[in-house]
Design a protein around this ligand. Structure first.
Ligand code: ACM
Length: 384
């Protein structure tokens, strides 16, 4: 008789703590995909069972729970992590036991692990396009603000280097605040910005304090039409924490926005709402968490196992019709071919897509071949 044993997978996101709004959405992405997989007969009749822990937005807790998932719960595959500090804490555990991590978050690049599949954007799929767009439309004098950990340091370094390719460019400020920084803390930076008058602000702030940054900007009376905030991490999830209209007019680059006008996206969103209610805030990391779980299940069907050696050949090169479009896992660097998009926040907290790639862009996590003008993209007119 065929094996009917359930297949357990680790689901390790932050359900509490400073990144829990986006973490809960990632959890819902994984659980929605698992539900769809089980509703259509599981993996060859075997039920997929999530073993789920709350890593509390704490990198050390991520590492402990990854060890627990592998050693006690005996899972071979973990879906998880948001902050790069948590991924960096989990990778040594995953590598020690030769297991597999699927990581559904945009990050700073410059990394490869044979034990990780990266399904969020690398810098050549978001930073390059955002730098080109912001400098072309607003100017090249930038002020960089981030949360105090590795992703913001590295992502700001990359943005600084990209912007400084433009004539007349200048880096007017660079500062890092704790993950629990308040509106008052950001208010001090707004005074520096008032004096220096950049063309745009690049934010690599993450989690709950994102709302504090955008509120401090609004309270300072600044005008997004002339000096917007541009970001890779301000998604629908963070905007939902801000209060109506606070983020209107600011920009984010991401492969996925809730507002993508396609049948595939609308159907996926309606299934999400059906299972998780109207309070869900789908975003780029929700979408990556969703599609990577399906990519795993499809690979398992072909491999007949979730051991990394059996699974990996069926993951690498595999494709999936995701809500953003058809994505593909690159077989040499384990990152994903994705569709760069730039959105401007509207009054409802949704994104008007002002520019988007017409073809997926290959991941180049080490930024070997980047230049500011090289995305295959469709230019929409900017409403002024
Ligand atoms: C991140 O820390 N990769 C957002």
């Amino acid at each position: 008789m065929a094996n009917q044993d359930p297949i357990r997978v680790g689901v390790l996101y932050s359900e509490t703590g400073v990144t829990s709004t986006i973490g809960l959405s990632q959890l819902q992405g994984a659980l929605l995909a698992i539900r769809e997989i089980n509703d259509s007969g599981g993996i060859d009749g075997r039920e997929l069972v999530p073993v789920r822990y709350d890593a509390q937005s704490n990198p050390a807790r991520y590492a402990e729970l990854a060890e627990q998932l592998i050693v006690q719960d005996r899972v071979n595959v973990i879906f998880g992590c948001y902050m790069s500090s948590s991924r960096k804490a989990v990778i040594p555990v995953i590598e020690k036991w030769n297991k597999l991590l699927f990581y559904p978050t945009l990050y700073e690049g410059f990394e490869y692990s044979g034990n990780v599949i990266y399904t969020g954007a690398a810098p050549n799929q978001n930073s390059v396009q955002l730098a080109e767009f912001m400098t072309a439309n607003f100017g090249a004098r930038v002020y960089l603000i981030g949360s105090d950990y590795i992703y913001p340091y590295e992502s700001n370094r990359i943005m600084g280097e990209l912007v400084l390719q433009r004539p007349g460019s200048e880096k007017l400020g660079e500062c890092y605040l704790p993950l629990d920084a308040t509106e008052k803390d950001y208010g001090v930076i707004m005074e520096d910005i008032r004096n220096k008058r950049p063309d745009f602000i690049f934010s690599t702030v993450v989690g709950d304090s994102t709302a504090a940054l955008y509120r401090a900007y609004a309270d300072a009376g600044f005008e997004p039409r002339s000096m917007p905030i541009a970001s890779l991490t301000t998604s629908e999830a963070e905007i939902s924490q801000m209060g109506r209209g606070v983020a209107t007019g600011h920009y984010t680059a991401a492969p996925y926005f809730q507002s993508i006008d396609s049948e595939a996206n609308r159907h996926c969103l309606s299934r999400l709402r059906q299972h998780f209610g109207e309070d869900s805030v789908p975003n780029l990391c929700w979408e990556a968490s969703y599609f990577q779980t399906h990519i795993f299940a499809n690979a398992f069907r072909q491999a007949g196992s979730d051991g990394i050696a059996e699974l990996m050949p069926h993951i690498l090169g595999s494709e999936f019709d995701a809500p953003q479009g058809r994505v593909k896992i690159d077989s040499t660097n384990h990152h994903t071919c994705l569709y760069p998009r730039i959105g401007r926040v509207d009054a409802e907290g949704q994104f008007t897509i002002v520019r988007q790639a017409t073809r997926p862009v290959y991941p180049d996590p080490y930024l070997v071949t980047h230049s500011l003008g090289d995305w295959t993209a469709k230019l929409e007119t900017l409403e002024s």
